[in-house]
Design a protein around this ligand. Structure first.
Ligand code: GLY
Ligand code: MN
Ligand code: MN
Length: 449
C-alpha cells in the first residue's frame, strides 16, 4: 500500500493540531519554571568547514523540528508566547547560489503566524520587544543571531522539554510509524541487492534509492556489512568490491519522515543453514524481549534479562557452556553482546532523555557492568524505543576472556566457525503501551512492498 511521507498527508494533519497543543503546554511549564515569558527556538545554520568555503550538511535543531516538519529551514525562529499562536520567522533569502525554501505549505501552516523575511536584518522586528523575558533554545554560533537575548538554553527549561520528549504524541507516533515503513522498504531493496551479489557500496545505493534519501538525509550513516564486517559495530566503510564469497549480511539502516528517525537492523545468511538457524534463534529471542516491553518495566532489567536469554542461546548454539548466571558474571555474555539493548528513538536516533529520572534533571546511571546502555528509565506509555540485541565474534573482547574464569565456558571451536559471518543484530522500533506494545518495524515489514 502507498505510504504518504509528505507534509500534505491528511492523516498527519489531523494529529498535528493536538501535537501543537501538547508542545505549547510543555513550553508553558518550561517558561514558568525558568521565569520567562517567551521561548525563541532557533532552527540553526549550516557550518563552514575549517579553512574552506563549503558547508557541512545542515542539521536542524531538534527543538525546532519538534514544532514543525521543517528540516531544511536555516536562520529561522519560532517564537512561542503562552496563549498566543506561535510565530514562525521564516527565512527565505534572496540567493541565486542555493535553492531557497519555497512558500510555506502543508498541514502545519495553519498553526503558525508566519512572517517571511528575506534578510537577517529583517528578523529583529519580529522578535518580542521584552528581550529580557525571552529564553532562546538552539545552537548559537554567532552572538548576533540572539538579537540581544541573553538566556541561552537555560538548563531548567531544557530539562523539562527533554524529559517530556520521552513520551511521543499521537502525531509523533504516526510519523515514526511512517519512518519505520520507509526504512522497511529500503531493507527489502537491500536484501534483494545482497541476494544478487552486490557490493556493500551498491547495496547502500539500492537502499538509498528505495527510501529516496541522499546520504545526508539518512538519520545516521548506514551500516552495510558483508561477512566478517558484521562484527564491527559501527562499520560504515562501504567496500566498493563484492567479496569472493558471500556468507552473511548485516544492515543497520534507518529513514526519516519529517525529521523523525527509524533505526532498523536485519541480518541474513547467504546460504549457510547453520548460520540461518542461529539468526532465527536470535530473532525469536529478540521477539521474546519485545514481548516484555510495557509500561512500568525498568529498561535496565530488560537489558539484564536479555543477557540471560542470550546465555541460553550461546549454550544451545554451542558457543558457550555453563548456567546463565555464570555466563553473565564471568563476562561471557558481555563479550558476545557488548552494546546496550536499545535507546529512545525520535528526532534524534539516540533520542534525548534516556537517562533522565525526572524533569528536574536527575539522572539514572546504567548498571556498572553495562556502561553502554543508553536507556535506564522505567518505561511509560507512548515511549518509542529500540530493542536491538546482538551476538558477534569480536576477537578483541573474546581474547580478554583468556586466562580468566570465563575462558573454559567459551567453545572456541564454534567461535572459529562463527567468525567469518561476523555477527547478528536484529533491531526493531517499539511503542510502549499499558500491558502491551506495538512493534512499528515488524508492522512496517508486514505492509512494505
Ligand atoms: N544505528 C545505531 C544504533 O542502532 O543505535
Ligand atoms: Mn541501529
Ligand atoms: Mn539503535
Amino acid at each position: 500500500m502507498y505510504a504518504d511521507y509528505s507534509d500534505k498527508n491528511p492523516a498527519l494533519g489531523a494529529f498535528y493540531a493536538r501535537h501543537i497543543e501538547t508542545l505549547a503546554s510543555r513550553h508553558d511549564q518550561a517558561l514558568s519554571e525558568a521565569g520567562a515569558s517567551h521561548a525563541v527556538i532557533y532552527s540553526g545554520n549550516p557550518k563552514l568547514a575549517f579553512l574552506d568555503d563549503h558547508h557541512s550538511p545542515f542539521k536542524p535543531n531538534p527543538h525546532f523540528v519538534s514544532w514543525a516538519p521543517l528540516t531544511n529551514l536555516p536562520f529561522s525562529y519560532i517564537v512561542y508566547t503562552p496563549g498566543e499562536k506561535p510565530r514562525l520567522i521564516y527565512y527565505q533569502p534572496h540567493d541565486y547560489w542555493h535553492v531557497v525554501p519555497g512558500a510555506p505549505d502543508g498541514y502545519w501552516t495553519a498553526h503558525f503566524d508566519i512572517r517571511i523575511v528575506h534578510s537577517i536584518d529583517e528578523i529583529a522586528a519580529h522578535m518580542p520587544t521584552d528581550r529580557e523575558k525571552c529564553i532562546i533554545i538552539g545552537e548559537i554560533g554567532d552572538k548576533s543571531l540572539t538579537f540581544g537575548i541573553e538566556r541561552i538554553n537555560p538548563t531548567t527549561a531544557i530539562n523539562i522539554l527533554h524529559y517530556a520528549r520521552g513520551i511521543k504524541t499521537p502525531y509523533e507516533i504516526e510519523v515514526l510509524r511512517l519512518s519505520s515503513r520507509r526504512g522497511a522498504s529500503g531493507h527489502r531493496a537491500a536484501e534483494a541487492a545482497f541476494r544478487d551479489g552486490a557490493s556493500e557500496f551498491d547495496i547502500h545505493h539500492a537502499y538509498c534509492k528505495a527510501v529516496s534519501h541522499t546520504d545526508p538525509e539518512l538519520p545516521y550513516s548506514n551500516i552495510v556489512a558483508l561477512n566478517q564486517h558484521a562484527a564491527i559495530l559501527h562499520y560504515t566503510h562501504l567496500d566498493r568490491h563484492a567479496p569472493d564469497t558471500f556468507r552473511s549480511f548485516l544492515i543497520d539502516a534507518g529513514a526519516q519522515v519529517h525529521g523523525y528517525a527509524s533505526d532498523i537492523t536485519r541480518t541474513y545468511s547467504y546460504q549457510d543453514e547453520r548460520f540461518k538457524a542461529l539468526i532465527e534463534r536470535m530473532d525469536s529471542m529478540q521477539m521474546a524481549i519485545v514481548d516484555k516491553v510495557q509500561a512500568g518495566v525498568d529498561y535496565r532489567d530488560l537489558h539484564v534479562d536479555n543477557h540471560r536469554m542470550l546465555a541460553e542461546v550461546l549454550v544451545e548454539s554451542e558457543l558457550a557452556s555453563g548456567d546463565p548466571d555464570t555466563l553473565l558474571e564471568t563476562g561471557v555474555t558481555s563479550a558476545f553482546f557488548p552494546h546496550g539493548l536499545g535507546h529512545l528513538l525520535g528526532i534524534q536516533v539516540h533520542d534525548v532523555g534516556g537517562f533522565m529520572e525526572s524533569a528536574s534533571g536527575a539522572t539514572i546511571d546504567p548498571p556498572s557492568d553495562h556502561p553502554h546502555l543508553r536507556l535506564t528509565r522505567v518505561l511509560k506509555e507512548d515511549m518509542v524505543l529500540t530493542i536491538e540485541p546482538g551476538l558477534y565474534v569480536i576477537d578483541m573482547l573474546l581474547e580478554n576472556l583468556r586466562g580468566t574464569a570465563a575462558e573454559q565456558h567459551v567453545n572456541w571451536k564454534t567461535v572459529d566457525w562463527l567468525r567469518p559471518f561476523g555477527g547478528i543484530r536484529i533491531e526493531d522500533n517499539v511503542r510502549v503501551l499499558t500491558n502491551d506494545r506495538q512493534n512499528l518495524t515488524r508492522d512496517a515489514f508486514a505492509s512494505a512492498t
